[in-house]
Design a protein around this ligand. Structure first.
Ligand SMILES: NC(=O)c1ccc[n+]([C@@H]2O[C@H](COP(=O)([O-])OP(=O)(O)OC[C@H]3O[C@@H](n4cnc5c(N)ncnc54)[C@H](O)[C@@H]3O)[C@@H](O)[C@H]2O)c1
Length: 260
């Protein structure tokens, strides 16, 4: 999808990957960009508006832990924007000791956001279709033992998004469902990484991992924009160390139908 002239909602737009993503979307010509986040970052907002005076940039507070808050945010966004073509679900936390908030924000919030957005975009009932990008992680592709709670939330994101990427939904809604899986990216999410793991005795392994190679949020965001522009419905893209790789996940089971 060409982004020029498009209306975009970016959930988590004041985060590390979020701010870089918002800038790239505006650079690519997004016309109206609404940020959903828990608090406004006034400094970032001023900077966006100064750098991209041709676009309308808005902020709507949302708490991804509350379905009513997500519903109200979309209602208010659509009232102001008229419609949206792209939704990026990019909120997230990594604090494995906080099991409920991790699942509420990373998985339930993202599921509600997607399901609330779809009827607004639904081509079969007057919407324009579009693209929904759900941000998972490389740890949403396979086990990563130090943060099992975060990992489970991200596996949920990957599989939920792949399910909605089925042709049966695309043919009706006209909405591309794309999963992106960033590798380690320099943002606050992974600051003091050992404290984010579930068991303290894994600290040494966590310290070693914190020293592994990272990509910058800017590099990750540039590749996310490429994926929005060219990505396939239902596809999963790993965005790691500046590279984009489409991931093929094996299928293990087919239902056996009863013969008549
Ligand atoms: N940084 C990484 O290494 C990395 C790797 C893979 C995936 N990710 C994913 O990328 C996405 C963005 O993460 P980031 O690295 O930019 O982290 P970040 O901490 O910089 O940004 C997270 C954003 O989520 C928002 N948020 C948190 N709780 C919220 C709530 N209850 N309601 C609304 N908004 C809330 C924060 O305000 C923030 O803007 C997340 O989904 C994260 O899991 C990050």
């Amino acid at each position: 999808m060409e982004l020029k002239g498009k209306n975009v909602i970016y959930s988590g737009g004041f985060g590390g990957i979020g701010q870089a993503g918002v800038k790239e979307l505006l650079k690519s010509g997004a016309k109206y960009l609404t940020i959903f986040d828990v608090d406004e970052n006034k400094e970032a907002m001023t900077e966006f508006k100064k750098s991209y005076p041709g676009a309308t940039i808005d902020f709507i507070p949302v708490d991804m832990r509350k379905k009513e808050s997500i519903t109200a945010a979309f209602k208010s966004a659509v009232k102001k924007m008229g419609h949206f073509d792209v939704l990026v679900n990019g909120c997230g936390i990594m604090r494995d000791s906080e099991v409920d908030p991790t699942i509420e924000i990373n998985l339930l919030g993202l599921m509600h956001s997607t399901l609330i957005a779809l009827p607004y975009m639904d081509k079969s009932s007057g919407g324009r279709g579009g693209t929904i990008v759900n941000i998972s992680s490389v740890v949403g592709l396979e086990p990563f033992s130090l943060c099992p709670v975060y990992v489970a939330s991200k596996h949920g994101v990957t599989t939920f998004t792949r399910c909605l990427g089925d042709k049966i939904y695309y043919d009706r809604f006209g909405v591309n469902m794309i999963t992106i899986c960033p590798g380690l990216t320099d943002t606050n999410l992974i600051n003091n990484f050992p404290s984010r793991c579930i068991f303290k005795f894994t600290e040494q392994q966590a310290i070693a991992l914190a020293n592994a190679k990272h990509q910058s949020a800017e590099v990750c965001a540039k590749n996310m924009i490429k994926v929005i522009e060219t990505g396939k419905n239902g596809a999963v893209y790993m965005l790691d160390l500046g590279n984009i790789k489409e991931i093929t996940i094996p299928k293990w089971h087919q239902p056996t139908f009863l013969e008549n």
